[in-house]
Design a protein around this ligand. Structure first.
Ligand code: PLP
Length: 369
């Protein structure tokens, strides 16, 4: 891991300090990270949890969304978005995506009925959905908005950080994410104090460790049902170190994206659409081509591994199709794109010569079609 080489000394010093202290959970590193990640996002409140899937689940549960309720989201997302909704006991209604691979806001209203309780816009690939339109719909129909920011930590919509526009923002620190831990990690942001307190209890079996109500400040007494979802001290300490560099990580990703845009602009390949009002952090650089599978094969022969995000829309998967409400929208664009999309390598430690080689290989392969 290239990144580790640079951070090794600091990471090991920090971990050693934690081991010496004997506090492995709910210690100073988590407190520090929660404070600084909230400052970074300009969010009033925030709490670390075990992973991004838990963050979504906790958000849904603490907004009282469950059995009999419906949640609107997209099928072109990572499985966890759907898994969290099902785990909460609710049903999913999928809507199609637009040319930017994000929720098609013009199709949301047709899915709303009395059972609809929330919209989960997924800020996929590192850019934000059209939040003004989503918030207007949510206001009109009294729906909650949970932002899935797993791929868009640091992205901005009209200058505001992803996750601070809706009721709750859910982040993931999966190792390859914009802010990656060295293991699992997740986070919830909110500007609502009561909601924060509730989520804080929920992540720890419903125990009021904040002492919101003095009567219940006892770590062996639960005041409501909850789960165990902790961001441990080791991951928090690594995240504290990496948070100092997050703007550098994002700038490097943006500069790699710029090189791809310039290098591939005259090629017959669909490049990502970057929305107005949006600061894109390029978690993933998704492109599309009808001969996607051939391109991937040829690139592999040249030792370049390309991924697909995502080859199977969730409504097509055996594990999920039975949970999907029948009257979801037709998902034409989602299905069409799933057969064409693939992603180019993008991460801060990718070297300029490697980017050049990827561009040149793609040019050679595609120009022969
Ligand atoms: C869009 C999206 N939502 C949710 C998650 C869940 O995050 P985690 O892997 O931390 O549980 C991920 C990451 O895998 C993701 O990409």
């Amino acid at each position: 891991m290239r990144e580790y080489k640079n951070l090794k000394k600091n990471i090991l010093t920090s971990i050693d300090k934690i081991f010496q202290s004997g506090t492995l959970l709910f210690g100073d590193e988590l407190k520090k990270f929660e404070k600084n990640f909230c400052i970074f996002n300009k969010s009033k409140y925030g709490l670390g949890v075990s992973n991004g899937t838990d963050a979504l689940f906790i958000a849904l549960k603490c907004l009282n969304i469950g059995k009999g309720d419906e949640v609107i989201t997209v099928s072109n997302t990572a499985i966890p978005t759907a898994a969290a909704i099902i785990n909460a006991g609710a049903s999913i209604k999928f809507t199609d995506i637009g040319k930017d691979y994000l929720i098609d806001v013009n199709k949301i209203s047709t899915l709303i009925n009395k059972k609809t309780k929330a919209i989960i816009p997924v800020h996929l690939f590192g850019q934000t959905c059209d939040m003004n339109k989503i918030l207007n719909i949510a206001k009109k129909y009294k729906l909650k908005v949970i932002e899935d920011c797993a791929q868009s930590t640091g992205a901005m919509y009209k200058g505001k950080k992803a996750g601070t526009l809706g009721d709750i923002g859910c982040h993931s620190f999966y190792p390859t994410k914009i802010l990656g831990a060295y293991g699992d990690g997740g986070f919830l942001t909110t500007n609502n104090k009561k909601l924060y307190e509730k989520m804080h209890r929920f992540r720890f079996y419903g125990i009021d460790t904040l002492g919101t109500n003095k009567k219940w400040k006892n770590k062996y007494y639960s005041i409501e049902h909850g789960i165990n979802s902790r961001l441990n001290e080791i991951q928090s300490s690594i995240l504290n170190l990496k948070l100092k560099k997050i703007n550098f990580f994002i700038e490097r990703r943006r500069s790699i994206a710029k090189k791809y845009f310039n290098g591939l602009k005259n090629l017959n390949i669909e490049l990502p659409l970057v929305n107005k009002n949006n600061f894109h952090v390029f978690h993933i650089f998704e492109v599309a081509h009808k001969k996607r599978d051939r391109i991937i094969k040829k690139m592999k022969e040249r030792n370049v591994n390309l991924s697909i995000h995502y080859p199977y829309p969730i409504h097509k998967m055996r594990g999920y199709k039975n949970f999907i409400k029948k009257n979801s929208n037709h998902l034409h664009e989602t299905e069409k794109k799933s057969k064409m999309i693939f992603s180019l390598p993008i991460y801060p430690s990718l070297r300029d010569n490697e980017i050049k080689a990827i561009i040149n290989n793609l040019k050679e392969i595609i120009s022969k079609f």
